[in-house]
Ligand binder design. Sequence first.
Ligand SMILES: *Cc1c(COP(=O)(O)O)cnc(C)c1O
Length: 428
Amino acid sequence: MSEKKSLDTVCVQSGWQPKSGDPRVLPIFQSTTFKYENTAAMADLFDLKAEGYFYTRLQNPTNDAVAAKIADLEGGVAAMLTSSGQAASFYSIFNICEAGDHFVSSKNIYGGTYNLFLVTMKKLGIECTMVDSDASEEEISKAFRPNTKCLFAETISNPTCHVLDFEKFSRIAHKHGVPLIVDNTFATPINCRPFEWGADIVIHSTTKYMDGHALAVGGCIVDSGNFDWDKYPEKFAGLTQPDESYHGLAYTKAFGKKAFITKATAQLMRDLGSIQSPMNAFLLNIGLETLHLRIPRHCENAQKVAEFLEKHPKIAWITYSGLKSSPYYQLAQKQFDGGRSCGVMCFGIKGGREESIKFMDSLKFIAIVTHVADARSCVLHPASHTHRQLTDEQLIAAGVQPDLIRLSIGIENCDDIINDISQALDKI
Ligand SMILES: *Cc1c(COP(=O)(O)O)cnc(C)c1O
């Protein structure tokens, strides 16, 4: 949208802009292809000389409308949807790294991303060094090498709920001449907009709060347009030098601030094809229309639950940045709107692993699911679920205690949520 609007209005109104006589609601363009009158019109699209649709693996109007809304929410210049959050993480790195390159990531990240970075990326010849996001600037800087291409971190880490110090991370990235890529899934742009704190690229698993109803797996990449790739033409040759697969076109010269997203679409989506289906993009858009209403409620409920758990005699520890006792409280107050972080917290129960499992099995409507951050409250034990592939040693290295329970607070009535937790704690 052209003029500046509040995020509430962006959630509802941005993206699809119907012209006179068009459908009021974003249509699902459920079509693989788009028709043109003559050969030349289509040839210009293939050469990236004209903008338009020809094949849904590259672009689709439903997807583009939803991507544009997310770009507006984050304050970015361009965005693309992907089939999943995993695809978004992968593309964000692979768009600037190739075999022989290296990048640095916070180790306090989602288990799937951890595997992607350390195992699968390694098979592609791309090396990742993990750092503790709480370490000092000097310590983190030691991980950088001449072939380092980016720094990656999560705003609020899943599942450990660490809060990223944006100013520290963007300073480190920019001092080393690389972009800061941030996974903003848990905070959402309603609570935090990483571009305002120096991040260059934001990714999302839209599967979580953005969808909000646990309907569709999806992802998104947003570019701030702020990183100056041309300042390091050798390091970011893929963006600044001619692309042989597009008749020698150079992305930064041809597309300016939209170079990163255009390359990711024209090259990675063309060749790897992790597109979001238009039907899923439509569902995601419905979720986005109420994001500004749901997020404050998630956070309000989570705050009350965290305060309840902190005082409970059977709880060994709890991490939630809304608690004054949290080491991340000040950072959350500074970086997040109204100090709100998200609806997710993690904690351990006295007695460890076995008591934790007994607690989870005693819950009534708070369900055990491999999901997080949707309207329904749910719970997960990472050591036996999402992080199952990791050894105990890797678990600890990733900052995940074997007794850690991840609790995702929904938008139900808060007294009912606390009653369910309370009765389950009584059973142990
Ligand atoms: C779930 C999640 C992912 C992966 O997203 P999918 O949509 O499941 O592929 C990445 N990052 C974070 C923080 C997540 O919570």
